[in-house]
Structures are given as structure tokens and as C-alpha cells.
Design a protein around this ligand. Structure first.
Ligand SMILES: [Cu+2]
Length: 257
């Protein structure tokens, strides 16, 4: 009980300090999570969910997709998937079909969701250079994807301001107009249009933002420093504990940490 009392005051002081310090922290130390509900485009029947958790510059992206095109040339239909940025941060509606072939192509959607900034590949490079690396994307009619990788600054900034969009590509040609089903892709003339058409799309909503270490304020334990600012706060809190005569309590906490 005495132990708890000694730690309460520094814990409150620490909470206040951490809150004050949070806006000053560089975005490279941000920690948040975001979510996107993926809705069908181009009558694909493809839907899903995307989750993005950012810790510093490292992102963990999880995607669940179902109702997607199943097979392509006797193999699983490859589904290129990207984070698009730099436009309105929304998904295109059918009016985006400017050439009137009944399908919204990837370029026709660019004024809505922007250009590829991150390729959600299964391995290797995740930059826009891998946008059409169809041998490094998941495939088939339903899949789960999860990968942790270094997120580039442009994508992180767009995610934070709500203008990043997750797009899953690849539509079964049977769902398209005859004209669209027979076309080749404007992105790669060796691929059918169907292979690169957007199939599902969702704006990422960042649901939780902040730099406070989890549970730091309510347990009363010394903080785990998240960066130099956090370390300084931790040291200050330690000094307060010592000033309160709680040196032994502090030691006990340190050995547990
Ligand atoms: Cu894309």
C-alpha cells in the first residue's frame, strides 16, 4: 500500500509529461493502427478487410480477401495489392470509366485513389517498382496476407492524413463486358485488362494515434523509453520517485522490468 502511494504522484506527473511531449515527437516514432473495409469494384464480388499497424517506420499489414478471381492460366489468379496515395483518398465510382468499356481501369481510378506508393508483396521489394510483380503477390479466390516491413515516409504521411487507399487488383473476365474482357492492360500489354483492374478498394482510417507507451500511465511502472524524449521523461519520473523516498520501490520495479 505504501509502495503504491509513493508511485502514484510520479505516475500522474509522468502521464502529464508524456501527453505534453507527444505532439513534439517526430513522425518516425509514431505508433498507430488503421483499418480499411475493402468494397468491390468492377462487379468483382471481391471484398475484404485491411489492417495496418505502424510502429516507428515499421508497418505490419494484414489483409483478408474473399470472393476474388480464382484462376489465371491454370494457376492461382494473382492479386496485385497496393497502397495508393496522392489524390482524394477515395475509391472510384462507375463514372470514373471515361473510355466507356464498362470497367474502371487502374489509371481511370488514379484521380480518386492516386498512384501506387507501396506494393503489398509477399517478399522482397515493397516500393512502387514492384507494382506489377505478379509472382510476388497473393493469389486465388480467398487469401490472408500478413507482412511486416519498412514503410516509406510518403505512404506513412498519407495514411496519417487519411488519403491512403488499399486497392486489390485482378477481376475474373467473366464479370466484365465483352469489350473489357478482351482488352489488354494499359499497364502491361502482356497482361489482360482483367488482371490489373481494381477488384476491391478501401480508404484506410487511422483509428488510434499517439506516442504514449501502452499502460505507461496507469501501472505506475517506469516507462519503457520510446525515444530520447521518452528517456528524458523516464529519468525525470525516476528522480521524482527518489525524491519521494521510494528508492527501494524503484529498484524493485527495475528488476521486474
Ligand atoms: Cu494498386
Amino acid at each position: 500500500m505504501r509502495n503504491r502511494m509513493l508511485l502514484t504522484v510520479p505516475a500522474i506527473a509522468l502521464g502529464a509529461l508524456t501527453l505534453t511531449a507527444a505532439p513534439a515527437m517526430a513522425d518516425t516514432h509514431e505508433s498507430w493502427s488503421g483499418q480499411a473495409s475493402l468494397e468491390s469494384l468492377n462487379d468483382s464480388g471481391t471484398t475484404g478487410e485491411a489492417m495496418i499497424e505502424l510502429n516507428g517506420s515499421e508497418a505490419t499489414v494484414s489483409i483478408n480477401v474473399s470472393g476474388a478471381a480464382a484462376t489465371f492460366m491454370d494457376g492461382p489468379f494473382p492479386h496485385a495489392q497496393h497502397i495508393h496515395i496522392g489524390a482524394d483518398g477515395v475509391c472510384p465510382d462507375p463514372s470514373a470509366d471515361t473510355d466507356g468499356d464498362g470497367a474502371v481501369s487502374t489509371p481511370e481510378g488514379v484521380p480518386f485513389y492516386g498512384e501506387v506508393s507501396t506494393s503489398l508483396t509477399t517478399e522482397g521489394d515493397t516500393s512502387a517498382d514492384s507494382a506489377l510483380a505478379i509472382d510476388r503477390f497473393p493469389g486465388g479466390d480467398a487469401y490472408t496476407y500478413e507482412r511486416t516491413f519498412e514503410l516509406n515516409d510518403d505512404t506513412a504521411a498519407a495514411l496519417a492524413d487519411g488519403t491512403a487507399v488499399v486497392v486489390i487488383h485482378g477481376v475474373d473476365p467473366a464479370n466484365l463486358s465483352e469489350e473489357a474482357a478482351e482488352k489488354m492492360s494499359p499497364l502491361n500489354e502482356e497482361l489482360p485488362l482483367a488482371a490489373t483492374l481494381p477488384a476491391a478498394c478501401g480508404t484506410v482510417n487511422v483509428s488510434q494515434m499517439g506516442a504514449m507507451p501502452e499502460g505507461g500511465a496507469d501501472t505506475g511502472s517506469p516507462v519503457q523509453p520510446v525515444d530520447n524524449t521518452g528517456l528524458a521523461v523516464g529519468v525525470a519520473a525516476g528522480a521524482l520517485v527518489l525524491a519521494g523516498g521510494g528508492a527501494w520501490a524503484m529498484r524493485r520495479n527495475s528488476t521486474r522490468a
